[in-house]
Design a protein around this ligand. Sequence first.
Ligand SMILES: N[C@@H](CCC(=O)N[C@@H](CS)C(=O)NCC(=O)O)C(=O)O
Length: 337
Amino acid sequence: MREDSLLSLVAAANAPLTDPDMNRHIGMGAPQFELYHFALSVCSQKVRVCLMEKEASFAAHDINLQMPSLGNYDPAYVRLRLQGAGNRPLVGNYSGQSSVSSEGFDPAVVPTLVDLREQKVYVDSVAICEHIDTSVTSAPALMPPDLAQMVRSEMAIVDATPHVAVLYGAHPDIDFRPERLRQNMPGVHDRKIEKIRLARSAAEGDAQLEDAFDAKIEKEAAGRSFVATPDKMRRSVADIVSIVSELDGRLNTQANPQWICGDRFSLADVFWAVSLFRLKWLGMAFCWNGAHPLNEQARPAVAGYAARLFDRPSFRDGVIDWPGIARTEYVSEYYTT
Ligand SMILES: N[C@@H](CCC(=O)N[C@@H](CS)C(=O)NCC(=O)O)C(=O)O
């Protein structure tokens, strides 16, 4: 795409993003990237940790979700994000995951990365992290060629974990989620749809944006029905318990299970760090601590791996200490103030 037209899309998306606390330059030198993200979004967290690990220079736009801002539904933001869609089909399914391969391309989510040097838009946390890794060569590779297949396979497992289902919905028998979520989540899909409709009317006459918002509305309606279906929610929790048990099995087969692919820290570890912290944050550390009605068996290899991941400086900077991360009672040991 022409340089001036991409820069004008970036300028339009950035116009409402004026709060200096939410729009910050991270790293040294002129920013190579513009990152549109949310503090709490797992997909955004993967990208932030990757950028921190690579010591990249970037402009971080923490999207404001509060009304009256349209946030990630702002037509100018969606217009910019659509530049990165490529041939991906628009979202047409709801699986409780956030993977493009299971759900299609969601035009109104974060993260979105603009590479200012390359003049290109990247969407989807897997593709974004791979791009950052190959384009920032001043720090060690997070996907060394000899590990690429193994790293990709671990990233795909994390990508297919139903993090979204267990955030928005409750296990029908035991709602282990933090009190704040238990109170705030009911009705969330209706509130999102209302806001997307507002964005759609602001974009009236632009057929591409109207189609994008219609697809997003359909996805949120499917999400509303998914989280209200007890068997789907039971299945999502059971799937996560077995994903963690299989991770434990893979860690146990290694002679030195410091990281998931051996002794080199990789993008696979970035993804697992974010996933395991999200589970802990949500009250699901029972997946490795055991002694819980939803999982009896302890998984010590995962417990040790999680502790090493959460101590990584890039993880502390990109997730634990990132401003705006709402703390929960399950992660209080990581905060001293
Ligand atoms: N496959 C995409 C999924 C992105 C995604 O689902 N983002 C979520 C947060 S993790 C989001 O922005 N949700 C806000 C919304 O749906 O309104 C990726 O990995 O980047």
